[in-house]
Design a binder for this molecule. Structure first.
Ligand code: NAD
Length: 229
């Protein structure tokens, strides 16, 4: 039996990292077009760098919450994979090993001319003068709005193999990631944990747990232990 957990910004909210929706279209006070697109990087790399440096600092100061930890514990008992839209490393710091990052990782930088050159960032700051081994400027290792999602096929394959697919803390509004819900088999048990249940094409077998991640996951785990061998 394979469990695939699809996490969004909501799972890190209780670690103090802001979600994306519900702020008048702004993200940490910024218009996403100004800070999270390839156009923004060309137009104003200073601002983009400043935005991601600020967010990286917040991520480094945050710690995994009990929801991240419960998932890491479940991985020891079940065949469980995480697909995350989050760019933070809180799943890894909680101990999860099988984590696929759909939208990149904020703790890393990559070459702006060769996508295979990826580097760990030491500390919170990436500078505009930092370069890759080929001498070109390093950019945040983030999938910006309007860019291809390189890990999408791998994520879709995982979703399709799932017997249980659990969505935690995602508004399911950011595509193509949100489309993964439609990749699951008709026999797959879909579970949604979110204080505000996102709109979903109706399905017979959906279990809704309308709670925060730290409260909803224990409910899911109890259901799992009672209903699934
Ligand atoms: P979103 O901000 O669009 O939606 C967040 C969802 O989380 C909402 O449905 C909300 O009701 C729910 N939520 C809020 N508090 C919660 C809690 N305590 N427990 C469970 N759910 C809670 O997030 P998204 O769907 O992930 O899409 C946003 C995009 O922005 C993603 O592409 C992601 O890469 C990026 N993002 C990442 C981070 C991060 O790395 N932590 C943070 C913000 C945004």
């Amino acid at each position: 039996m394979k469990i695939v957990v699809f996490t969004g910004a909501g799972i890190s909210a209780e670690s103090g990292i802001q979600t994306f929706r519900g702020n008048n279209g702004l993200w940490e006070g910024y218009d996403i077009d100004e800070v999270a697109t390839p156009e923004a990087w060309h137009k104003n790399p200073e601002l983009v760098q400043k935005f991601y440096n600020m967010r990286r600092k917040a991520v480094l100061e945050a710690t995994p919450n009990p929801a991240h930890q419960l998932l890491a514990n479940l991985e020891k008992e079940y065949n469980l994979h995480i697909i995350t839209q989050n760019v933070d490393d809180l799943h890894e710091r909680a101990g999860s090993k099988k984590v696929l990052h759909l939208h990149g990782e904020i703790t890393k930088a990559r070459s702006s001319i060769d996508d295979s050159l990826i580097y760990d960032i030491k500390g919170w700051e990436l500078k505009l003068t930092d370069t890759c081994s080929l001498g070109s400027r390093l950019r945040p290792h983030i999938v910006w709005f309007g860019e291809q999602v390189p890990m999408l096929n791998e994520a879709a394959k995982l979703a399709n193999e799932a017997d249980i697919f659990v969505v935690i803390g995602s508004s399911l509004q950011v595509y193509p990631a949100a489309g993964l819900v439609h990749e699951i088999k008709s026999t797959c048990q879909l579970v949604v944990i979110d204080p505000e249940i996102p709109t979903l094409r109706s399905r017979n077998r959906t279990k809704f747990i309308q709670n925060k991640a730290t409260e909803g996951l224990p409910i899911f785990i109890e259901w799992l232990k009672n209903n699934v061998v």
